[in-house]
Design a protein around this ligand. Sequence first.
Ligand code: TRP
Ligand code: ZN
Length: 885
Amino acid sequence: MSQIGAPVRRLDYRPPEWTAETVELTFELDPDRTRTTARTLLRRAAGDGPAPVRLDGRDLELESVRVDGRALGPEEYELTGDALVLPPRTGRIEVEVVTLLEPKANTALTGLYASGGTLLTQCEPEGFRRITYYPDRPDVLASYTCTLVADEEAFPVLLSNGDRRDAGRLPDGRHWVTWVDPHPKPSYLFALVAGRLGHLDGTFRTRSGRDVALRVYAEESALPRCGHALEALRAAMAWDEERFGLEYDLDTYTLVGVDDFNMGAMENKGLNIFNSLYLQADPETATDDDFAAVETVVAHEYFHNWTGNRVTCRDMFQLSLKEGLAVYRDERFSGDRRSPGVQRVRDVRALRERQFAEDAGPQAHPVRPDEYREISNFYTWTVYKKGSEVIRMLHTLFGEEGFRRGLRAYVTRYDGQAATCEQFVEAVGEANGTDLTQFMRWYEQAGTPVLDVTAHHDAEARTCTLTVRQSCPPTPRQPYKQPLHIPLTLALLGPDGRHLPLRLADETAPTGTERVCELREPVTTLTFADVPERPVPSLLRGFSAPVRLRLPLTAEERLLLAARDDDPFVRWESLHGFFVDLLLERYRAGDAPRADGAADAPHPPLPQALVEALGGLLTEDGTDPALAALMLELPCFGTLFGLLDEVDPVRLTAVLDRTRQELAHTLRERFLACHRRLDDGRPYVFAAADAGRRALRNTCLGYLAELEDPEVASLLHRQYAMADNMTDRLAALTALADRTDGEEALAEFGERWRDHPLVLDKWFSLHARSRRPDAPARVRRLIHHPAYSEANPNRVGALVIAYCFDNPAHFHAADGSGYAFAAEQIRRVDALNPQVAARLAGCFDGWRVLDPARRELVLRTLGSLREAQGLSAETSEIVNNALAP
Ligand code: TRP
Ligand code: ZN
């Protein structure tokens, strides 16, 4: 049987009985045997009278314990499985513990571990307790001094948080460096790095005129690809100053990239550590999306310096306090770098694909969870992305100025402290004279709310009445929900596509053509005056709230919005909705046997108006090509899956494939012409306009690749061979990887990039996502490829996670072979890295909406996982939740 921990509950929070004031750490680093000395000055905090001193620690080899300089015998302390406990006392105490670690053997990548020849730490959420005994909770803030001692030859670079104070050499070939971090911080923000790394330098002058030395460390060979990250960092620093008046607070700011990392990056104070994937980018090896992701993640970590580091979280339940705020700013920053509207569509699309599914499944939880077993399982789409949407709604309610005022009030009030989500919301509310008690429910209630809207036009009274009903489906442990405070941004379009001035029936004059209506009740009625003709409602503009909107619109109304609305999200959403209805209709029609008894499913034809609308996007109709590319894309599998019941995933993917083919046939000439027109032959630059043109051009290529004709084949091969950048090359190869004529190119690519891990990951992913019938066999073979490693999270992500999440036709094979493969991989990876295995185990989360035969298969697979010997607590939690009734 697997081991699962007892739940931790938010309402059980108690302030720490002992807090730490200063910590002096000494690491004698060695990949095989590292000795760590931690001398902590502790002070009795909450409560009075004597209390035991409890220091968290896991899987540590303890060498010695001293209290106020005196060595303790083993009878003077207690070692439980997860703590070192000293007898009750009060006042102050200096505890020195010496522990021994074997970084090289640490495959979980939390605590102190090795990536290649580099030693580094990852302490969030609970890694520090895997380094030494310490009160490892975010509301214990202390000042850190850290001395690193290591062989100078193998580890010439020794880094930790804060400023470098001192360094020296030892007679035995080792050297040492001491770092001092002046800002008190929780242990999860501690970091060290030791290795043979090169660096790239820059500077940034803050608004107040201080010069900050910026430095990116990476392996020497990767440095030429780190310039983009450095540039992104400068831009993010300037942006946070300009938008929110938030300035950096140390003299140096360091980024380090490593190849083995469980997540995207980590905001350790002054020493951010990155998965190489989010630090490196150049035209030859990175796509436009990779370039954009580097900017986003670099900015995200930087933004944590104020929201997360200066103001930290009281407890891990408040995770969204820092993550929501950092994601919100990284999304806005990324929008400002390129196009706010296009960025918004991309962010919404990701949210709806991932977070909506999470909110509808067995792992659903509020933005601020009420309980957890394994906190590392709560770095979720809900905490990050829905958390960001909640912040964005505050911005929508109070406007740019009001929001800025609120954020500044919060940061000023809680600087240097550990805060809660309520405290943030209260600070923003107070700064704007608004009571946000009801708004707090966004943090408390799980599930995606639904808005059911009906529109009624009264020709005689010249009014239009919108009736908006809100509801929220039940989620685990939350059967009933209270109404939420929802900002609904709306406009009305006349039949000619023009925006109408908006005046509510009880107002005297219109106030513009767009407005934010605040919903608080289960039902809200909004009556607009001076509406001569039946208007087309443009609702939830900019996706003003993370809800499902149900608004019955005719095909004509949808196409009018898609063509004429001035809100990019509504334009995209209108076409997207059109596609969704068409695909669902086609899928459902497949259920019914055809009247003539033919085997082929009936097939509602492509509406001519849709074809026209798509054709329009392929000509120079003034639409931003980046937006056109998004509008042309069919809804993904997950979106449709989430709207159905008793799903046969194989048939659903077939409907998607056939519709793609049909569009390719119908619009062949237009796709070809657009692809030709956008080929300007200019050398690659990562700039918004160029990237947008490439996106549209490659969307065309993707459709064309559905066709068998020789012209298309040669187009694909030509683009693959001639491209001067990874974006165009990979677009061609992605299409080729689905085709029988793609073998040679695929092999060439694998060979050419065999020594470049990030590009090789793309190669693994192409196999994992391929629609070819032999994809499952090839994926199983690639598990034994010499370059495959189940110890490397990026590689597992590129092959196994990509296959199980993004290749539904094969993963859901009717014989259950995909499920069996996933289970086997989960167990293998779990033995090395529980966090990655737990992520992979999420591939079964949607099982309840599968057809009965597949449900049975998944149930058996999950059941066998639950009974598996020695499964980690992390993975067990995911499996148990998936099985919970
Ligand atoms: N705080 C990190 C962020 O920027 C998340 C993170 C990095 C993390 N490494 C981790 C979370 C390891 C859990 C485990 O979002
Ligand atoms: Zn973060």
